[in-house]
Design a protein around this ligand. Structure first.
Ligand code: IMP
Ligand code: MG
Length: 191
């Protein structure tokens, strides 16, 4: 896990999405370094296991999933699921499945790929569904983790970057669907 603070941030600029401003927070360089560390950890853990399945949660995890997967050195499958629990800048607490799992996870190692784990509602719901469907071993992998907001007991074993309880965008994450394309991460600027 790495912490946020980098000189590259000086070269990034404030952005406006809908009605809100966001300021530079985590540079692309820091994000990539954190992903490399997580890939190393996964390579060690899964190199001798039977073909695990990565399950990436859309939309937010698309950039993280691509950068992570290209660094993995063991045979694996990837599939995508869409669950949503968020509207605006605060978690609604409700999780609804929009489109589901079309492959069998029975007896398989599954690794959930999330953009961010906040309260943990989304990941806990997915964990429950996967357990019900007979997954053998379930790992949780997330680019960002808000430990102070997290309310669940499940271990978030592969968390690349821990952040405070702030609202962020970029590198796949959005504010009402805007901001996903930025290569750096920005934080809500209330000043
Ligand atoms: P949780 O269910 O409360 O853990 O929230 C997880 C989902 O909420 C994530 O997959 C994101 O889509 C969204 N989310 C949580 N925090 C943020 C944030 O700071 N920026 C953008 N989306 C967020
Ligand atoms: Mg998400």
């Amino acid at each position: 896990m790495i912490n946020f603070a980098d000189a590259n941030i000086l070269y990034m600029e404030r952005i406006k999405l809908h009605d809100k401003y966001f300021k530079p927070f985590i540079s692309n360089k820091e994000i990539i370094e954190a992903i490399e560390k997580i890939a190393l950890k996964l390579n060690n853990r899964y190199k001798n296991r039977e073909t695990p399945i990565f399950l990436a949660v859309l939309n937010g995890s698309f950039m993280f999933a691509a950068h992570l997967l290209e660094r993995l050195q063991f045979n694996c499958e990837i599939s995508f699921i869409r669950l949503s629990s968020y509207s605006g800048t605060a978690s609604t607490g409700k999780v609804c499945e929009v489109f589901g799992l079309d492959l069998s996870v029975k007896g398989r190692d599954v690794i959930i790929i999330e953009d961010i784990v906040d309260t943990g509602n989304t990941v806990a719901e997915l964990f429950r569904i996967l357990t019900e469907k007979g997954a053998e071993d379930i790992g949780i992998c997330t680019l960002l983790f808000k430990p102070k907001a997290y309310k669940k007991d499940l271990k978030v074993e592969y968390a690349a970057i821990s952040i405070p309880n702030d609202f962020i965008v970029g590198f796949g994450l959005d504010y009402n669907e805007l901001g996903r394309q930025y290569k750096d991460i920005y934080v809500l600027d209330e000043s």
